[in-house]
Design a protein around this ligand. Sequence first.
Ligand code: IPD
Ligand code: CA
Length: 271
Amino acid sequence: MAVRSPILNVMVGAAEKASRTLKRDFGEVENLQVSRKGTNDFVTAADTRTEKTLQYELAKARPAFGFIMEESGVVEGEDKNRTWIIDPIDGTTNFIHGIPHFAISIALMEYGELVAGLVYNPVFDEMFLAEKGQGATCNNRRLRVSSRIELSESVLATGIPHYGRGDHPSFLTQLTAAMSQTAGVRRFGSAALDLAYVAAGRFDGFWETGLKSWDIAAGILLVKEAGGFITEIDGKGDCLNGGSVLASNPRLHKPLSNLLTGKKTERLRAR
Ligand code: IPD
Ligand code: CA
């Protein structure tokens, strides 16, 4: 991606604008931690404010496009074939706790296909971008998924179900399998960044269930454009709306799917 396309410029402009206030809000969270009162309300307001700025900036540039947003839901556009999919703060729990690992995520869906994606961590100033057929970058550096082929050398990321969310026993079964065969499992708390890190080759794989389209839409394109595979955990299907996600480099994808679904494999190595 030598020259950034007009659509990515629009997305970057919107994310940069929204992140100015978001970074200020993140700074405030530390003060709120001291009193503890009102942190959640403050973060909800920051979430909504960020989303409104993104919506305003994107609509200013492309007035006819529709929206699917975490906070405000669906807004139909005049153009029924083009929709922005937005998560204003992916990693809200980190944000609430003053942990600088969260991101703005924006994707563009055109005729049912993801064509552009942005994941931006404003604290580290890492801008992950992908455009269909044009590859993926982080701060203008081209991304490529990892080339590891041994599960025993691979580091995976996941999302751990928590109070009131997810199927705890089946996650524990998956974790037990992953622990026994890999070099380690990480839980960083932002699915959008987890996928961006797979695209960047930092993680060799990522799996999670119960995700929403706004958590992963941009990340899906990042992984694909960086040469990775991304499906549901059983290795089939389009993971955007199913909520079950498995992303990795092409060589590890099948062995990981087998591992996480409990299928017996002759060898648990990628070859
Ligand atoms: C969450 C994050 C987290 C994942 C959760 C998501 P949010 O999104 O992506 O990593 O484990 O399933 O809901 O709530 O921070 O926008
Ligand atoms: Ca999210």
